[in-house]
Design a protein around this ligand. Sequence first.
Ligand SMILES: Cc1ncc(COP(=O)(O)O)c(C=O)c1O
Length: 342
Amino acid sequence: MSTAAASSTSSAPDFARFAIGFDHRDRARLHALIDEVLDSERWSEAAMVSRFEAAWEAYQAAPAVALSSWAGGALAALGFAGVEGETVLCPSNTFMATPLAALHAGAEVRFVDCNREDLCMSYASFEEQAERHRPRAAILVHIGGHIAFDSERIAAYCREHDIFLLEDCAHAHGASWNGRQAGSYGDAGVYSLYATKTISTGEGGVLVSGRPELIDYARDFRNYGKPGFEVRGLNFRMNEFTAALGLVQIERLPEIVAWKNEVARAHLDPAYPNRLELPEGMTSGLYKYVVFDWLERSTGRVYDELCHRIMGHDVTLPNSDWAAHNHSCVPLYYRPERGDRE
Ligand SMILES: Cc1ncc(COP(=O)(O)O)c(C=O)c1O
């Protein structure tokens, strides 16, 4: 199978070379926004963060809190859930950030297996572990940029059994299923804006939630619990310059996701019949383009080292083991016309 679909078609855009998901047509606007911050004499806790949050809310139709990282949002959500001394369920097929956030929030972590079809948490394994461990919270990770296929069933179980559900949306910018976005299934969703993500501010994160009391908690948490110090937070504030970049990025996100999907349909799907197939009505943000082949020329696996092994947990997760050895990611980076650069 061709691993160089990008170069095999002369008219194909050059999407196989790494590029940060930034549209260089946004440079002038970004510079103007940064000038605004410079002129404001307020480089933190001011208007640009509020504008960024409002833009994210407009995109997602849910209240949003900007933070300096995904980690800050996850710690805020888990602190709100009261996981200290309790158990948190977590997939093993994820980045170590996911279980580490639970550990730092004072919880014990128990690992759950994934499905082979979507690489995300399996309802059957989740239910089994939930019955056994009676967790206070669970973290559902939308691995690769699509919505976890079992999201609805896992969320329903959590609602019924009073389990706090945190969605790790670090990969899921632009993902939706029948119009429902990542971050809207559980009590909270947290996005990462780290440098390799679909949209990025270099470092940053956004927490979304339909629960107003959780939004208030996260706002206090990112700022040492100010003003009342009832929340035991730390500094996870996003600064004003980062928020300026975030503002142009969130406004550009729909176009980035549409572009990646168009390129995938036109140039990758014909070359990779053994790809991860989405259910009806689902759009992936295509953080990763996953195929169930072992490709030599790829960006590697989403994860090939499972968290339960890194942490030395004695648990058998056959689908996670299978997934780690039976997929590859085909490079797909946002590269629209870059007239002002080239
Ligand atoms: C699945 C997942 N969760 C969490 C994170 C952590 O994000 P951050 O570095 O913004 O804290 C990442 C980032 O790479 C990730 O891929």
